[in-house]
Design a protein. Sequence first.
Length: 214
Amino acid sequence: MSQTNRALNRILLALAGLMLIAAGAATAGAGILPDAAAAWAATGSSLVDQTGSLLASAPLPGPARSWWAVAGVAALVLAAGLGIAWLASQGGGRTHRVGRETDGGRGTTVVETGLISAAVTEALAGNRLVLGTSVSAWEVKGEPGLRLRIRARQGASPRDIANTADELVQGIDALLGHPLPVLVRITSGTRTRVAVPGRAREPGSTDVPLHRIT
């Protein structure tokens, strides 16, 4: 439900992985094969000579000594800025409010995630099928939505847990006074290691589709 661009992240991770594999293979080759080590040494010496010639081709008075050095520093700063912007764009969309209503000049009523979380915890008090829950709110296309995670006890019936989730969603709708998009994820204990059902409900729907999440 976050605003992370997963496709772009996968592409960047794949490229970074390929670069690391290539660097590792080259390093291993230089350590194992004498010819590869000699080629690396020759390449390094050539790059040092070319760098010196390039810096001397655009002299600049002062400590920098070359325009190319200034350009290199500017490129590094730009790359750092782009990296920070990329990191800042990850995730996002999370909010602590699930409802807001203004009643004319009387004021504004705000419903926070903590209220929903407390209500869910109270509703499940004494329920032997559930080990714990967590509630978070996200904004999707400017509209708030809930993500409800239920940790089921080992051996609990999936159908009973799904029915419990339906009752919780109906209770949340009653508490807010209107339906809200809800993503319910049912997880099991670490020892069960099985696929878990996820249930997504859109406002106005009467049936909640069940599908597998891997």
